[in-house]
Design a protein around this ligand. Structure first.
Ligand SMILES: [Zn+2]
Length: 291
């Protein structure tokens, strides 16, 4: 479990799943084999399983303890969710154990942020109790981007399945319980936590910014899934909704943090996850924290 501080805020991660997961050429449809191999040689060993030719992908939730609030960012796949497919049917107890290991109870969470509403970012929003989906965190306000929420609501109405189930079992019950705040994509919770719109992976994808005592971090959700995308910012993932928009948003954030002290915290990066971005001509280089 990763832990670090940004000013007065303690950050920890709860890992739901870790390990080799996706072939680079499947993950990045516009990637070239030669460039993949070249870039992987310059990255730490833990980002790639060479024996299986699979990128290593982590599924995790970030916990922020500020002087005033306890906050979650992204809530993985969750438990008991129907129609998720075999590939997401891995054990979920590690997430519950990780949550408890931080000394947390469900009642302790004040805010839940979802960078977007894909299956692996809103799962623990709800859990199944006596056959009903109820918010997992009874005292939390859940921050959903209005644009993102309404897009998936419309998809669900069209009968898209999935993601129909995801919206219906992990988002709608939170709204019905009166615990959701549907916000603009540049919403600010206070002067230390605010959103930046980064559409493309999904229509309402956002990054979550953190500032405390002069230190900065940005939680980038699925703006990028692997450090390869710092070397090649135009390699959109096979899961992106609008590939050109995804590329623009990725470049915009990478340029904004390059050669600064801002810690970048991408949801799916393995190992120490967080890192800093440095310039390298037209490309960027990702330096994992502690690597
Ligand atoms: Zn994801």
């Amino acid at each position: 479990m990763e832990r670090f501080s940004i000013g007065d805020v303690e950050v920890a991660s709860i890992v739901e799943r870790d390990g080799a997961w996706r072939n680079p050429l499947v993950m990045y449809p516009s990637a070239e084999r030669g460039l993949v191999d070249e870039h992987l040689r310059g990255l730490p060993d833990f980002v790639y399983d060479a024996a299986q030719d699979l990128l290593v992908i982590t599924y995790q939730t970030f916990v922020l303890r500020t002087p005033r609030h306890t906050i979650l960012i992204d809530t993985c796949v969750g438990e008991d969710k129907p129609n998720r497919g075999d590939w997401l049917d891995y054990p979920k107890q590690p997430w519950l154990d990780g949550f408890a290991a931080l000394g947390l109870r469900f009642e302790d969470i004040d805010y839940v942020f979802c960078t977007h509403l894909h299956v692996d970012h809103c799962g623990w929003n709800t859990r199944l109790v006596d056959g009903l989906w109820v918010p997992t965190f009874p005292n939390a306000k859940y921050i959903f981007g209005r644009r993102e929420y309404e897009f998936w609501a419309a998809e669900s109405e069209k009968g898209a399945d999935p993601p129909g189930d995801v919206w219906r079992d992990s988002c709608l019950p939170v709204v019905e319980a009166g615990q959701a705040l549907l916000v603009d994509d540049d919403h600010a919770l206070d002067d230390s936590i605010w959103l930046t719109p980064t559409p493309g992976h999904t229509p309402g994808h956002v990054c979550v910014n953190l500032r405390s005592n002069g230190q900065r971090a940005v939680f980038t959700g699925d703006l990028m899934h692997h450090a390869l995308q710092c070397r090649e910012p135009d390699w959109y993932s096979c899961f992106c909704w609008d590939t050109a928009m995804s590329n623009r948003s990725r470049r915009m954030i990478l340029e904004s943090v390059t050669d600064t002290d801002t810690l970048v915290v991408p949801c799916h990066f393995p190992g120490t996850t967080a890192g800093r971005v440095v310039s390298d001509g037209d490309r960027f280089d990702y330096r994992f924290r502690g690597a």
